[in-house]
Design a protein around this ligand. Sequence first.
Ligand SMILES: NC(=O)c1ccc[n+]([C@@H]2O[C@H](COP(=O)([O-])OP(=O)(O)OC[C@H]3O[C@@H](n4cnc5c(N)ncnc54)[C@H](OP(=O)(O)O)[C@@H]3O)[C@@H](O)[C@H]2O)c1
Length: 572
Amino acid sequence: MKALEIVPLKDKKLVVLIVEKEYNEPFWIIEPPSTPQSRGLHSLFQSSIAFHKFLSTLIDKVNPDFVTEELGMRSQKEFYEDNVLAQIFRNNNISFFSVDIDENAKAYLATNLDEKTESRDSMLKALARLSKEKNEMKSIEREYLVAYGQCLQLEIEEEEREVSFPVRESWIVMDILDHARELDTKEEITCLHICSPEHVEGIRNLLESLDIQVEVLKLSKKIVSAHIDSRSDEPRNLLQSMQIQVKPIIKKSGSYNSPYLLFYLDTDERASSFDICMAYDAGYNAVIPYDNVTPEDAEKIVQDTIFSRGPKAVKNTCFFIGGRKAEKAEKVLEVVKNTMFPPFQANVVIDPGGAYTTAAAMVAKVEDALLSHNLGDLRDKSCAVLGTGAVGRITAVLLAKLGCEVTIASLNPKRVDGKEYAQKVERLLADRHKVNVSGAFAPTSVEKLEILKKADVVFCAATRGARIIEKELLKELKLLKVLVDINAVSPLGIEGIDLKDDMKEVTPGIFMIGALTIGELKHEVEKEILRMARDKGKQVFNYNQAIQLARKLLRKKIVPSEFTLTLNYPPV
Ligand SMILES: NC(=O)c1ccc[n+]([C@@H]2O[C@H](COP(=O)([O-])OP(=O)(O)OC[C@H]3O[C@@H](n4cnc5c(N)ncnc54)[C@H](OP(=O)(O)O)[C@@H]3O)[C@@H](O)[C@H]2O)c1
C-alpha cells in the first residue's frame, strides 16, 4: 500500500495556481443517505461553460507544466474519459493527473469506522423497535439509547472530517509534489491544481508550509439581467433575458492571511514579559517589544508600521501600550491615536502595568458578588480604595463612574507630603477622568479606621507584600460587607485572607475576595481584549472596554465541575 509521506522538493521551485472549482467534488467515507433533492443536486456537480472558457484562456497565459484535480468518488475512467476538463488539457498537450487519497488507504480508514457505524446502526434499529412500545422502563431505555447514539454519531463525524480534510489534503499535496518531482528536467515548475472550494484553504496552507508559492484563482459569476422573473415557467425565456458576468478573482499568496503583529510599546525600562506572553497566548504570530518608549518614539514606530503594512494588513496589527506609570502610557496613547488616519488604522490596547484590566476585574467581580449574595447594588455603596498606584486610581475612577461614593487613600507611612499628595490625586482624577472622589492620607491606625468605618466595600490595592488591614480592625466595622485584596505576595494586604477566597465569610456579614480570584478574571479579560484587538477594527481598548468585558465574562462563566454528571442506567 502506498504510504503518506510528504517530502519537500529540493533544488526546484514550484508555483501552484489553485483554481477553485464551482462546486465541491463529492467525496465520502460513509455513503450519505440519498434524497430526491440530493439526487437532483447532482446535476450541478459539473463545471460550466464559463469555467471551460476561463481555463482555456488561463492555460494560454500561464502555460502550466501539469494540471491536477481531485478524483473524489469518480473512477479513473470517469476522470480521464468522461471529464470535459481532461479533453481541454489533452487538446492543449498538457499532462493532467488525478490526485487524491489512495484507494487502499481510504478502504483501511473506512474499516476503522465500520465498527462504530455498525454499533450506531444497531442502536438505531433498537430505537425504531422501542418507539412502537409504550411503558416507563422503555422510555428510560430510549433516552439512554439516544445519548449513546449521539456519542457514536459525533465520533463518526469527527473521524470522517479528519479523513476528508487534513488526511485527504495531505495526500493531494503529496501527489502534486510527486508529479513535480517527476519533471526532473525543469528547475521552475508551474502546476495548476483544480480544487473544491472547501479544500482551498487547507491545501494552500499545507503548500505554503512547504515554502511553495501559491496563488488562488476563483471565478465569480454574477447574473445580470434587466428583467428576471425566476417564477417564469419557461426556462428558455429566462435564459434569453439573462447575461452571466464572469470575473476571475486572484488571491495572491499570503494576501488574505497576513500575520497578526502586536507592537508592544512599554514606557518602562524593560518591556513586561507578562503582556508579551499574554499576546502570544492570544494568538498573535509575532510580538515586537519596545522599551523606554516616549511619545516621539511612538510616532515613528506607528508611522513605519502602518505604511509598511498597508491598508489591508494594518487590520491585523495591534499597538499595545504598557508601563507602570499610567500618565506616561496615556501620553503615548494620544500620539498613537493621532498618528493613525483612515485607512491606516489599527486597534490599540492600553493597560499600564496591567492596572486597567486588574481594576476592571476587581470592580466587575465585586458588582457580581454583591448581587449574587443579595447584598445590593455596588452603585449604591460607599467604597474605600486603599492604595493610590495605577490599580487603585483606576478602581476609584470606575467606581465613581458607576455612581459610588469613593475615597481613595494612601496608607503609606513613608510619604512625607501625604496630605498634599492625596489632594493632588483627587485633582488629577477629576481633570483626567472627570470623576469626583475624595483623596485621603491615613498613615496611622486611627486615620485608617475612620475611613474603613464609613465603607461598605474596601478595595486593597497597596503594593505587593504590604499588610494594610489587621484582623482586629474588622471587629470595629459595622457597615463593611466586602473586602477585596489584589496583593498576591506575602504578607497579603489583609490578615486572614486567602489568595483564592471568593466571597468567603470571615466574620459574620463580612466577605473576602482574594488576589488570585481577581487575577484569574483579569487574565481572562486581558486575553479576550487581545483576541478582539486582532480582529479588524480601529478601536481603542481601555478600562471602559475592560469592565464591559469582565462583566460579560462573569455572566457567561461556566464552571465544568458544576455541570458534570454521570448517567447510570437504573437497576432493573
Ligand atoms: N493580580 C494581578 O493581575 C495584578 C496586576 C497588577 C497589579 N497587581 C497588584 O496590585 C497592587 C497595586 O499595584 P499598582 O501597580 O497599582 O501599584 P504599586 O506600585 O505596586 O503600589 C501601590 C501603592 O502601594 C503603596 N504602598 C507602598 N508601600 C506601602 C506600605 N508599606 N503601606 C501601605 N501602602 C504602601 C504606595 O503608596 P500609596 O499608597 O501612597 O499610593 C503605592 O502607590 C500590587 O500589589 C500589585 O502587585 C496585581
